[in-house]
Design a protein around this ligand. Sequence first.
Ligand SMILES: Cc1cc2nc3c(=O)[nH]c(=O)nc-3n(C[C@H](O)[C@H](O)[C@H](O)COP(=O)(O)OP(=O)(O)OC[C@H]3O[C@@H](n4cnc5c(N)ncnc54)[C@H](O)[C@@H]3O)c2cc1C
Length: 349
Amino acid sequence: MRSFLQSVFGKAKPKQVRILPQGVTITVDPGQTLLEAALANGFAYPHDCTVGTCASCKTRLKQGRVREATPFGYTLSKAELEAGYILACQAVPRDELTVVEIDPPSAELPAAETFSAQIVATEPLTHDILKVTVRADRPVHYVAGQYANLRVPSSSRFRSYSFANAPQRKGRSVLEFYIRKVPGGQFTEALFRGELDSEPLEMEAPQGAFHLHGGDGPMVCIAGGSGLAPLISILEHARINRIKRDCTLLFGARTQGDLYQLDVIRNIAANWQGEFSFIPVLSHEPDSSSWTGARGLVTEQIGPSSRKGAEGYLCGPPPMIDAAIERLVEHGVPLEKIFYDKFTDGRNA
Ligand SMILES: Cc1cc2nc3c(=O)[nH]c(=O)nc-3n(C[C@H](O)[C@H](O)[C@H](O)COP(=O)(O)OP(=O)(O)OC[C@H]3O[C@@H](n4cnc5c(N)ncnc54)[C@H](O)[C@@H]3O)c2cc1C
């Protein structure tokens, strides 16, 4: 069946796209996106949402021009756009030959499978974040930092949630998530009303490529709200495996009441191999309160270059990620060393 883009671009000629580092050349039919053509050619192109919100298909454009089916700037930061990154799922090649390069994942990421699952416990962490424990019908193999897509049978759409506990070698059947209530959100409003407690869930996992890379330089971790989840998973994994790196964890929240899992963070800090510094940053704490810690936006606390070899690990709402990328780049952390998961809310899905 012809897609909308194919009918609009029907008279144009097919284009060739060379994909590096694999060196594979594919033909992209008029109006097809780079991702559609790659998948149709049997090329395992990294991707997830396919609608330009998750950035899993982020790719560097080395040669040629592409048309943006929807603007890349919705998901990619200014620094990424300036460095020539595009989204393969929204890129329609314009030139005879286009060359793109995929950043190779530094870890072997397990393939996604479909699981049956059920919520076995919920615990409020703040007024709008729940710790949700889910039991899957069999162990899930994932890498710390990845996420799962969850769906109740009555809904047509999956929602993405990051694993908050560290993975286990034999896989994990009991999985924790930190889920924030989204006003007007179908899944989270029902979850907070307790309506999903006995509902069967369909889970597609693991998803995404956010994970700890293999360097030994300092880690600058920045979390906003429920974006703490994959960072706790990564830091717990690093602690358990006695990975020796210095680490700064910046945690942005509105008020003291929005900080959570502080015991878990204290335990990670106490058992960390190397220096560990934890900086909670509050943006809406009343001036009159007893809080003596950092105030303002969490990204304002990103200091002058985190020493040589530093890597950024960011997770939270899109504006926080974009600001953190700009700030880290300004302070000398190369774009290639900044890894993130943006908690987009499917508004343009
Ligand atoms: C990779 C990834 C990992 C994530 N991990 C987590 C996590 O660990 N924890 C967490 O809390 N969240 C996470 N999220 C966000 C989460 O997936 C959902 O976006 C969130 O829970 C909303 O689901 P919902 O069904 O409640 O809201 P939805 O019903 O999907 O609505 C979301 C928002 O969009 C608005 N909206 C929806 N449709 C439209 C429309 N057509 N037009 C205008 N507005 C619309 C709604 O009013 C609402 O404000 C993650 C997202 C991604 C991409």
